[in-house]
Design a binder for this molecule. Sequence first.
Ligand code: FES
Length: 135
Amino acid sequence: MHKYSEKVMDHFMNPRNAGDLPDADAKGVEGNPVCGDMMEIAIKVEDDRIVDIRFKTFGCGSAIAVSSMITEMAKGKTLDEALKISKEMVANELGGLPPNKMHCSNLGSKALQKAIEQYRAKKEGRVLEEAPQSA
Ligand code: FES
């Protein structure tokens, strides 16, 4: 049986940035088809930087710890920097995850990537709408 690191237990017992972000600019949701767990990450962006972030996770303890850790890692980063956060980086920051729990880490990076993609798509939509049409 694998033992969880102290950091995993800390983030599981005292999750950071959990809950709603009412003025979020974008949200990303990722589900795990194997276990059925779900994670939502909401971001607030200013000048291409994540200034606020929250998560809501219906999932196992590792998924909660991953959510908490990835929100801490992403806050303050530019969108390009945040896109580079991989499941391995999150697992490393947590002091490691048991091999059969690495898929839980995947939820975090995927949900964050989807939130960033949604933000960029919305932004591009607005720019296109506001751009003067040439006849
Ligand atoms: Fe489903 Fe961890 S077991 S996310």
